[in-house]
Design a binder for this molecule. Structure first.
Ligand SMILES: Cc1ncc(C[n+]2csc(CCOP(=O)(O)OP(=O)(O)O)c2C)c(N)n1
Ligand SMILES: [Mg+2]
Length: 335
């Protein structure tokens, strides 16, 4: 079947199927993590469920391995797309030797993957944003043509670091894309208690750079908007704020009980707008995916997840000699 014009100009069939595969793998790993937590087998999980389309659309707009990614904790789909393996994810959840983010020194989901230019972040939110601008400045000084994609939740854009870093990038026209995954909540705090502007992208007005809001449930739209921002960055025209509106379809983390602040009807309503279902329907509508092929892909994802769980379960804990594991500089054993 012919692809619609929009899909033809944006992404080819192989890209779209890889995007679906990564979204599905992310979802199955994520669901398994929740089960492991409730079984008492891991201490903590923070979820990408509901954010997958925004993340995959953005990643397919950069050159993976050549451009830089400074993600935040909810970006499981992104880091899988950058090459983090299911085994490595499970090693991280279980704090086992060989996990590449920190050698099991950090909490899970504090992503780092040196081999793919995914830069580590710390737990205080927004600290990745000045790092992103700093890398953007180095790229400019060196005359390199790389770009930097950095992500953050909408609540964390209240942090001083975020404004300082975006301001700096706007002044110096740095090649950075500041992406916001707006799921309305910062743990229990809704957006209207966090900022007076209706759209996070409106903050761009006061900082002197373009700000765009995009439907983050639509991977192809996100891809289009982030591709434009990447083209601006690579062309020397400076940074862009991209706000992708998404749904947090889970509690904030495994330590949160969202029943205390979030109406159940709201959660139920989100199920009708699940980005994975929407993308699957889109691909089926385009004739790119059949029921049979989808069932096969799903089985493959589940098998990879189970293999990863088994692998991590028998993996050793880090040796005491690894206490000074270098997260991002110098020689290291893994990652
Ligand atoms: C500086 C700082 N303050 C508070 C926290 C605790 N904290 C962790 S995540 C979070 C909410 C962030 O919400 P948002 O930026 O909207 O991202 P989301 O989790 O919704 O994706 C908070 C308050 C923190 N990690 N760092
Ligand atoms: Mg949020």
């Amino acid at each position: 079947m012919e692809l619609t014009e929009q899909l033809q100009v944006e992404l080819n069939r192989e890209n779209l199927l890889e995007m679906y595969w990564l979204m599905l793998l992310s979802r199955r790993l994520d669901e398994r993590a929740w089960v492991l937590h409730r079984q008492g087998k891991i201490a903590f999980h923070i979820s990408a469920i509901g954010h997958e389309a925004a993340q995959i659309g953005a990643i397919f707009a950069i050159r993976r391995g050549q451009d830089w990614l400074l993600p935040y904790y909810r970006d499981l789909t992104m880091v899988l797309a950058m090459g983090l393996t299911p085994r490595e994810f499970m090693l991280g959840l279980m704090g086992r030797q060989g996990e590449p983010s920190s050698g099991a020194r950090q909490m899970p989901s504090h992503w780092s993957l040196k081999r793919a230019k995914v830069v580590s972040h710390s737990s205080p939110v927004a600290t990745q944003t000045p790092h992103a601008s700093g890398i953007g400045f180095a790229i400019k000084l060196r005359g390199d043509d790389a770009v930097v994609l950095t992500t953050i939740g909408e609540g964390s854009t209240s942090q001083g670091e975020w404004y300082e870093a975006v301001n700096w990038a706007a002044i110096h026209k740095l090649p950075v894309i500041f992406m916001i995954e707006n799921n309305i909540y910062a743990i229990s705090v809704r957006q209207d208690r966090q900022m007076a502007v209706p759209r996070v992208a409106d903050k761009a007005l006061g900082l002197g750079l373009p700000g765009v809001t995009v439907d983050g449930l639509d991977a192809i739209e996100v891809h289009r908007v982030v591709s434009e921002a990447v083209a601006r960055a690579r062309g020397g025209d400076g940074p862009t704020i991209v706000e992708a509106t998404v749904h947090r379809m889970t509690p904030h983390s495994s330590d949160d009980d969202d029943r205390t602040y979030r109406p159940r009807a709201e959660m139920e309503a989100l199920k009708a707008q699940d980005p994975l279902d929407l993308f699957r329907s889109r691909l089926m509508g385009e004739g790119l995916l059949t029921e049979k092929a989808e069932a096969e892909i799903n089985e493959r994802a589940k098998a990879e997840v189970e293999e990863a769980v088994a692998y991590a379960t028998q993996a050793p804990y880090p040796d005491v000699s690894e206490a000074t594991y270098p997260v991002f500089s110098g020689d290291r054993h893994h990652g």
